[in-house]
Write a protein that binds this ligand. Structure first.
Ligand code: ZN
Length: 409
């Protein structure tokens, strides 16, 4: 078995772990070093560092301080990696921590982060998903069980200073266009809750003031939340600093395209078994700005879908020009309305779309004025028939089980 280079103890605060960080900055010290060709294992906290608990209250989802996330394991230095190289990462396997065979899904309050459908679901809600080998089911969302499509929501290499400055500048400028928006347009650096591995004192203060938040995906990859970047994938990351500085976290047992619930997919603490190699000068050789990857040879075998269409006309009937964000939202809302006819609450249906291996497709972006997006709902995850028929929908879900909901304070 490969060596476990980073361990996490779920009984201890993530901020006590010197091989974990929650910002991006080139001066975060490498947690450990490997050589090209090495295989190793990194354990990770869940993205909140254990803040969300396995219980029947959504108060933790309502109350979380989102400036604390994401807790990432790393950075791992790779000997010989130089700016301009490609770091090739094979995700050999990924799993949940043995002492934590469960995950969570939730919707943030609109006042604390929100989510894709926050106008429709403005309050904090949560569902807990138990992991049974390669399958998961929830005591809060009956009638479904899925095979895991296990992946890291967040993985990437450290930026160099020039790239970091560009990120901070463009995001801070963007926030200034609508500074009072709820939820905000983006999140600027925030020193108070920065955790930067073993950095302390003045060195830490400088990096904490400048470190980019981990929320958005950026040129280096980062928080892409791509469900198909799953165990068995091979990823090619741009390298910006000596040693590359690879970090990973935010593991998901399963997720639908878009991670629409935002808190988040089925979030879990776990481990990643990986191998790294280098393509020297690979960025210029292949014209690569953002990561590219090859999907896994092993994925859940769902091959029957009910597909919901959405167009870029919003809930108020307003026309939008080729807007795939509006179109995908309509496809999701259409799927939720449909699932409610089988007895699900809107929240349970939303949770299914956030956690199941739902596919989202940009289907048309040229037929003015409407973009068309589709949401592909796998029918085989349900323990009853969800297809339309002349007999009409049968209420399989009786409403006696609901997801915990917390009112805003
Ligand atoms: Zn996540």
């Amino acid at each position: 078995m490969a060596d476990t280079l980073i361990k996490v103890d779920l009984s201890k605060q993530a901020t006590t772990n010197e091989m974990v960080h929650n910002r991006w900055h080139p001066d975060i010290p490498m947690a450990c070093w490997v050589k090209p060709g090495d295989e190793f294992i990194l354990e990770t906290y869940d993205w909140t560092g254990g803040f969300i608990k396995n219980n029947d209250s959504a108060d933790d989802v309502r109350d979380i301080d989102l400036s604390t996330v994401h807790y990432l394991s790393g950075p791992v230095g790779v000997k010989g990696a130089e700016p301009g190289d490609l770091l090739v990462v094979d995700l050999l396997d990924i799993g949940a921590k043995q002492d934590s065979m469960w995950g969570f899904n939730g919707f943030f309050s609109k006042k604390n982060g929100g989510g894709f459908l926050t106008e429709h679901f403005p309050l904090a809600q949560k569902s807990i998903w138990d992991i049974h080998g390669m399958f998961t089911k929830s005591r809060h969302v009956p009638g479904v069980e899925y095979a895991g499509l296990i992946h890291p929501g967040l993985i990437g290499c450290l930026p160099d200073k020039k790239m970091l400055d560009a990120w901070n500048e463009r995001e801070v400028d963007f926030i200034a266009t609508q500074p009072d928006r709820v939820p905000p347009l983006a999140n600027p650096p925030f020193a108070a809750t920065a955790h930067l591995g073993k950095l302390t004192g003045d060195a830490k203060a400088k990096v904490a003031a400048e470190g980019a938040r981990t929320v958005p995906p950026r040129e280096h990859g980062g928080n892409c939340d791509i469900k198909d970047l799953s165990r068995g994938s091979k990823i090619f990351f741009p390298v910006y600093v000596e040693g590359a500085g690879l970090s990973v976290g935010d593991l998901h047992f399963s997720q639908g395209d878009g991670e629409i619930t935002f808190c988040g997919a089925i979030e879990m603490a776990g481990w990643v078994h990986m191998r790294v190699t280098l393509i020297k000068g690979g960025m210029a050789k292949y014209g690569i700005k953002n990561p590219i990857f090859k999907p896994s040879k092993i994925t859940p075998n769902y091959n029957d879908y009910l597909i919901f269409e959405g167009i870029s006309v919003d809930e108020q009937g307003k026309q939008h020009y080729l807007d795939v964000h509006v179109a995908y939202r309509q496809a999701c809302l259409n799927a939720i309305e449909y699932l409610k006819k089988f007895g699900y609450s809107g929240a349970q249906a939303y949770s299914i779309l956030g956690t199941a291996p739902v596919q989202g497709h940009i289907s048309g972006v040229v037929d003015i004025p409407n973009a068309c997006a589709t949401l592909w709902l796998p029918t085989q995850i349900f323990d009853f028939d969800i297809n339309p028929s002349a007999a009409g929908p049968i209420k399989h879900i009786d409403g006696s089980i609901q997801m915990p909901l917390s009112q805003d304070l």
